[in-house]
Ligand binder design. Sequence first.
Ligand code: ADP
Ligand code: MG
Length: 615
Amino acid sequence: MSTAAPQKFEFQAEIKQLLDIVIHSLYTEKEIFVRELVSNASDALEKLRHTQLTEKEIFDDKADLEINVTTDDKAKTITIQDFGIGMTRAELVENLGTIAHSGSKQFLKALGEGGAKNANLIGQFGVGFYSAFMVAKSVKVYSHSWRAAEPGHVWTSDGSGSYEIEESDGQRRGSKVVIELKDDCGDYASDWKIKEILERYSAFVSFPINLNGKRVNTVQALWLRSKNEIKDEEYTEFYKFQSHAHDDPRLRLHFSADAPLSINALLFVPKENTEKLGFSRLEASVSLYCRKVLIDAKPKDLLPEWLRFLKGVVDSDDLPLNISRETMQDKALIAKLNTVITKRLIKFFDDEAKNRPEAYAEFYAEFGIFLKEGAAVDYPHKDSLVKLLRYESSLTEKGKTTSLADYVTRLGGEQKEIYYLVGPNRAAIENGPYLEGFKARNLEVLFCYEPVDEYVMNNVREFDGKKLIAADHADVKLSELPKPEGALSEDDTKKLTAFLKESLGERVAEVKASDRLVDSPALALNADKFMSPHMRRMMKAMSKDKGREESPLRVNLEINPRSAVMKRLFETHATSPERAKLVAEQILDNALISAGLLDDASAMVARLNKLLEII
Ligand code: ADP
Ligand code: MG
């Protein structure tokens, strides 16, 4: 007999919003509610199995670890019952009335960010338990916690603003979700329909599922089966089920190893990189199993951080079932697993790059950023990760990339360095003054378009014994080119650089003739050796954010004695020094613009107007 009257609760505002969308809705595949509820039942059983390892007293201890689904075609109901961990009153409120669940949170965040009516987006998230309201007039959740001292309860809601909780006697351990179907969803009360849905993925549920008293699945772990028996569709369904995903996987790696550890792993790369789409940072989500028993769904140290985009399962016979995250021995085991699996994955990516270059390029466009992160921070795997990086270069076509290894095969005999330039895009790099000196000498330059690239290059430092050097670095020494006819003589050049130094004063640290210019009159190099123009731009953005004063800019100006502009300036500087000074300032500003270093263009505009007047 119930002792307390039903208590009414309002859903948290976010849940109301979520329910509103789920119910009036954007969902086309309503049947996913079955998968969501079975997956919750399976999670609850998994949690119970863990609780059993440490707790002696478990309520209803004889209940089998299984899931029972029943349908009633007359009453138009479907019931999903598990004998899992169950929920107390407080847990019912917390878990089903507030937005604790991260998938739903992300879903709402995405909607908030302008996706409100974008049905595509919705497909990328599971809304978990609330998906029941796509098909339900009302949902009742009967639940009894594994804690014997707690009474049972029933939670009831029709998905509008509120729900009720009432004590309920005679409950078994676990939860029983009873759905009264909407009139147009009566199908989900038919045995055949649910059977068809369950059969599609129930093979991945590691507990028995019974439908109307009949067993639907033989419990078998997909990752332990042999590769050539498994169909692509099975893999895809498994991926969707196991990682709560709604896309198809982009890549998969199914492998086993015996030494140094016994491992069966089934790993997936999703279709899209949601971090890139602006969603929150991904969390490690490759689950760790020991002989089909889940040890940890989100083990932090199983894989390095940069592999956080992977989904799937790692199963190792060598783990103790009651593995704890504290003991040294367990840590060492996990570290060993980490090393073996990471190596295997890198080899897998490498094979993909060789055997299926187009698919690899697509993968790289989406997930390359993680490989770069790995190359920069994962020291033990640095060398093999650098091999996986791809860049456009001065020798590739737009949109085509090269590996560093291929770059090295094209090196001329004397070249001891690998050159790169960082810029927002190909056109910006090609039109800037830094590339021409390299082009004139047939030196290939890698083009880096992402802000992290500079960090990556600075951390990687060298590849195959060749130093990675920014082509706009002040230290780069280039070979002599034959002097073309009509260049300023060395003497005149000296006079001109002295004049420029004097005219430009504090704005330049040094002025000298350049060996890297072919067509452009001048270029600016940051006087600070350790800071490329690109890095300075980033620092500037950062100090602006923090409201700090930045240090005044001083650059090295390199001039091209072959350029018509310089020759003309040389003539003018003797005859009309005033005018020549204006031109000198303008040449410096032009160089700063090319380098992305001009802080304030207003002085330049005023000067340009003056120059135009003179003409
Ligand atoms: P998720 O499963 O991703 O956490 P859901 O919306 O599916 O999100 O479920 C929310 C929470 O409700 C779960 O995290 C769990 O704590 C609780 N829950 C749902 N179904 C059950 C169940 N059958 N048994 C015990 N707890 C459950
Ligand atoms: Mg769930």
